[in-house]
Ligand binder design. Sequence first.
Ligand code: XMP
Length: 326
Amino acid sequence: EWTPGNVIAEQVEAIRATVGSDRVICGLSGGVDSSVAAALVQKAVGDQLTCVFVDHGLLRAGEAEQVEQDFVAATGVNLKVVDASQTFLDALKGVTDPETKRKIIGREFIRAFEKAAREIVAESGDGEGEVKYLVQGTLYPDVVESGGGEGAANIKSHHNVGGLPDDLQFELIEPLRTLFKDEVRAVGLELGVPEAIVWRQPFPGPGLGIRIIGEVTAERLEVLRAADAVAREELTKAGLDRDIWQCPVVLLADVRSVGVQGDGRTYGHPIVLRPVSSEDAMTADWSRLPYEVLATISNRITNTVPEVNRVVLDVTSKPPGTIEWE
Ligand code: XMP
């Protein structure tokens, strides 16, 4: 019988059997999947686990702080924060192809985990042993869409599935690999993961890197971060967070259009709003948001982000469009 309690009991036993007395790290993003995976492994092997939060510079406003506040405060888990933003930016320089971006980001995540693992061992009392296992919050839909499911096409290389390097030195532990998002949320609630995390909307591991259409640069990230913060704030204010699955905000960095502000001509970039409703992200429909909310978001973005002079709404379902633009 499928119950969250049974899943937890099974996974805890399996994780203990695999890990024994070895050290484990878990890539923590602050999202539901990695948080629930971490909580499961913590329940199974306690202090043998260290969570690693990689700040890849592709995060939204306030995200790094939130991980510490919400998850670490609630669970007391060991946390190591790695600032790798310059490394990621350098690796992404000049890259515009979506799959190439995803592969680079997947690879850099692993490099950051390897570095963190060496530091964790060095900082430990005896400096002995190695980190043998890496926990990832991979879900069933990630596996399918990355081409790992039976007969499935490779739609996108999810950063933690199709984007892994061949010479990976960790063994993977993926306790959520057979679960859908609603099941993960049920398991998370049962484990006592804070509701603010359990009900958080999905956000992709590659972050804003796959929401800038074109090359990723520090300046473009600033623009997108500002626009995204406005959209999120207004959706929350309107009480719509639980009604929509997620709302990617996308910067068309290589597109420009003419606008007018005051007496002046502008030649700025469009921002795309992509609010969707979905059950499991395998299919989705565009959300019929109230016009007033859309108007407020549009006004605020164009008034406060000078590089943006146009806000457009994506009205495509999945299929044919995927949720993210890359
Ligand atoms: P798509 O764009 O494929 O997205 O319709 C489906 C869901 O997956 C999220 N997504 C990702 N999540 N790593 C993640 O952890 C990734 O590489 C990745 N790519 C897409 C996306 O936000 C949506 O919820």
